[in-house]
Structure formats: C-alpha cells, structure tokens
Design a protein around this ligand. Structure first.
Ligand SMILES: [Zn+2]
Length: 158
C-alpha cells in the first residue's frame, strides 16, 4: 500500500526533524551530525512523495473502474428483453421512439452494446459479430407458411 509507505516515511521525517531541532539547540552544534540527519530526513521526504504519487495513480485508476461499473449498471437498468425475438432493447430509446435491437450474447460476454442488423421487414435480426439470429413470431410464421406451401406443392405434383 503506497499510502501506508508514504505515511510511515512522513512520520520518520517528522521524528528526524525533532532530533535535528534538539541538535541545533545544543550549545556546541555538531554540524556533521546535523547534516547527516537532514540528509536522512530528505530521503524520508522523497519516499513519502513517491508513495503519495503512487497512491494518487491508484486512486485515479480505481475511480475510472468505478465510473465504468456505474456506466454498465446504468445500461443494465435500461436494458429489457423483447419477448418477441429475445433480443435486448433500451427502455430509454424505445420511449424516444428509437428502435434499436441489441445482442444479448455480446452484452453478457463483454458488456458491449452491439446493434443487430435486420431484414427488410424487421422480422429477423442478426448479430454481426457471432452471427446469432433472433426471429420474431411474424418471421417464424412466414417460415412455417413457406414450408407448408412447399409441402402442398410436392403433394399436388404427386
Ligand atoms: Zn453478438
């Protein structure tokens, strides 16, 4: 913990400053001893400064992580699963009449909002990253009708 190192060094510097004060108040000042203690005090001050710099860096990194978590939490609170297609949409966007569909897998995997591409009729959506398809009831119904039409044709030919 850089902050503990900084505090320890600052306390050591303070202790030495007291010692220096004693030394200079003596009738016969020992310049060599005073100089050695001042030097020692400076070393502690440099250590305190570097500990504080490290602590500042650590705090700013933690703040960034916290901001990122809050951003993710805010998006999560805004996301809703569309029952007809099982994709995500944002409540705020829908209430602003924006129709954007998002991939639930990409959000779950990397906290990334990836808009889905859609068919001309907007009944089928697809993630451009991992190619998963999200089908609406209208799309599934149309698919069933195509298949039964094909089966009927086959039977009528036979
Ligand atoms: Zn995806």
């Amino acid at each position: 913990m850089p902050i503990i190192e900084a505090l320890t060094a600052a306390k050591a510097a303070l202790d030495i400053s007291g010692k220096i004060s004693d030394l200079v108040n003596r009738p016969n000042i020992d310049v060599t001893e005073v100089r050695a203690n001042v030097h020692q005090m400076l070393i502690h001050l440099v250590n305190a400064q570097s500990g504080l710099s490290e602590a500042q860096l650590e705090i700013s990194e933690l703040r960034q992580q916290l901001d990122e978590r809050e951003r993710i939490r805010a998006i999560e609170a805004d996301l809703e699963i569309e029952p007809d297609g099982q994709y995500y949409y944002r409540k705020s966007e829908r209430s602003a009449s924006k129709q954007i569909q998002y991939c639930p897998v990409c959000w779950g995997d990397k906290d990334k909002l990836v808009p889905l591409t859609h068919s001309a009729e907007s009944t089928l959506f697809e993630c451009g990253i991992h190619k998963t398809k999200y089908c609406t009831k209208v799309y599934i119904e149309a698919l069933k009708q195509q298949q039964s039409a094909r089966t009927n044709r086959r039977f009528s030919r036979a």
